[in-house]
Design a protein around this ligand. Structure first.
Ligand code: ATP
Ligand code: MG
Length: 493
């Protein structure tokens, strides 16, 4: 099989090991990638030297004591070559908790080391020739037919698949993730073992599941990976709510089921190479439709699926231990994905209220989610000009006040003018000023605000509460009116 060159940094480390009387092989993912004609993301070297030997040979190295790996630091300009991991041959270790190997057992030969690896395409080694050889002879050690599986585009477990998944259940997700990234199929025996032992994923930590899932979603064809997860019955352990949409028909405005539509939306986000949060929001934007469905057939409705969906997204991503601010953003994009953008009818103050909720910096991502929604429904009418218009509107309004921070009057001013002591009432007044400025941004001038806050300061608490309550009602009414209009126009009676 043809392959690219071993980088000189890897060759140099190998040579030094060999000159010291040890063996050295490039192993695992980098060999697979080379044989695929891809540039490896990182390089791993396996050797029969022990961690203390490796450290002695490479003063510029550090030993993290994780699986005996010593990381050798090079002077390469390429990030992928600056740290090269050199790991002593290891044998299969026992994973009694199905999460972590109980102890590291070193092995004597590269063959033993390859045997403990997960899939045939990941279980090949490339002998590193001594650098002074005139014609280096690259020898691929391929004990399990990895090269043939690369040709056939197959993910196949090394050895007995059931045993291998029982040893480490994360391999269930690694199989799907790698199949998705490479556009490979999972070999039938391996696939059958996966479906049979899907429930082993229960014992895998949320963080490890999350990291595999994230890589899958960031691949070029994530919708395919999610379909494989469902087919192999792994989805209940990753995002069970997503499966509720499977086979759930929509109404006369939709040709796809909820499941198909969600995957199509994700597919488009990936085609556009949009970032992770947009991809997840595209995948989850209609996740609540099955729970919100009322009626059947062409006239069914899904009221509230935006609000319920935002809550579900928070739960799903929280369970996978995604960072809080990330989860909040995705949830927000789901919550507001139904925003109204018919330029002739939408009012500037309602767009300002949307910006106030979403944040100016996330408006573009919200627009992207909406585009995924449209394209994912399979009936893209020629309408993007409206979205472009909407984007101009957002841009035009971008300097208008949408947060207390943007008011030309600060808390200190409020206290000075009204004589109110520091406390929640100051914020309360500022919020009333903001509500009024959102409706009419010309009010955001220092003099006008000073005059108005003077009036507010003279009001009784009851009067102020009523003002705030009215403003709140207005916000909600605007949203409901917008959603109501969308519902009328787009998909429900
Ligand atoms: P990538 O780095 O592109 O995600 P990779 O195959 O290099 O893919 P790593 O997690 O870097 O994945 O692992 C390096 C190698 O270690 C793999 O190619 C495989 O041989 C082995 N390996 C990793 N995880 C496991 C596992 N859970 N069980 C068995 N072998 C594994
Ligand atoms: Mg790797």
């Amino acid at each position: 099989m043809e392959h690219g060159e071993i980088p000189k940094e890897v060759g140099a480390i190998g040579s030094r090991l060999i000159e010291a009387g040890f063996e050295a092989y490039a192993v695992g993912g980098c060999v697979r990638d080379m044989l695929l004609g891809k540039v490896p993301a990182d390089w791993d070297i396996a050797t029969n030297a022990r961690p203390e030997d490796i450290q002695r040979l490479f003063p510029d190295s550090f030993y993290e004591n994780k699986f005996g790996t010593v990381t050798v630091v090079t002077t390469s300009k390429k990030g992928s070559l600056r740290h090269i991991e050199v790991t002593p041959y290891r044998a299969e270790t026992v994973y009694s908790d199905r999460r972590h190997p109980d102890n590291i057992k070193f092995a004597r030969t590269i063959e033993q080391d390859l045997k403990r690896r997960d899939f045939t395409i990941n279980a090949m080694a490339l002998q590193i020739p001594e650098i002074r050889h005139q014609k280096p002879d690259f020898k691929v050690v391929d004990l399990f037919g990895g090269q043939k599986d690369i040709e056939d585009k197959l993910i196949r477990a090394v050895g007995n698949p059931e045993e291998r998944f029982k040893e480490d259940a994360l391999r269930l997700l690694r199989a799907v993730r790698i199949a998705t990234q490479l556009d490979f199929d999972i070999e039938p025996h391996t696939a059958r073992a996966m479906a049979k032992h899907a429930n082993l994923l229960q014992a895998v930590s949320a963080e490890r599941i999350r990291d595999e899932f994230s890589k899958l979603v960031m691949s070029d064809m994530p919708e395919r990976g999610i379909e494989i997860l469902r087919e192999l019955q792994l989805l209940p352990y990753v995002m069970k709510e997503l499966e509720e949409g499977y086979g759930i028909g929509q109404n006369k405005h939709h040709i796809f089921t909820v499941w198909e539509h969600n995957l199509n939306a994700l597919k488009y986000a990936a085609e556009k190479k949009w970032p992770f949060d947009v991809r997840l929001a595209a995948l989850l934007h209609d996740v609540a439709k099955p729970r919100c469905k009322s009626g059947d057939g062409p006239d069914s409705t899904f009221y509230g699926h935006d609000v319920v969906g935002a809550k579900m997204a928070t739960q799903m991503l929280g369970r996978l231990k995604y960072p809080k601010d990330f989860t909040e953003k995705v949830s927000k994009l789901v919550r507001y994905h139904l925003f109204y953008y018919n330029v002739d009818e939408v009012t500037e103050s309602s767009v300002r209220r949307l910006i106030a909720k979403v944040g100016l910096e996330d408006m573009e991502d919200l627009i992207r989610v909406r585009i995924c929604d449209r394209i994912g429904s399979g009936v893209p009418k020629a309408e993007p000009y409206k979205l472009r218009h909407f984007r101009f509107l957002v841009e035009k309004l971008s300097r208008d006040p949408v947060s207390v921070k943007m008011l030309r009057l600060k808390g200190d001013d409020v206290m000075k003018i009204t004589g109110i002591p520091p406390g929640p009432k100051v914020g309360f007044l500022l919020n009333i000023l903001l509500e009024e400025a959102i409706d009419d941004p010309t009010l955001n001038q220092k003099q006008k605000l000073e005059k108005r806050v003077n009036e507010l300061g003279a009001m009784s608490d009851e009067e102020l509460k009523k003002l705030a309550a009215d403003a709140k009602k207005k916000t909600i009414a605007l949203e409901e009116q917008e959603v109501g209009t969308i519902k009328k126009r787009h998909w429900v009676k």
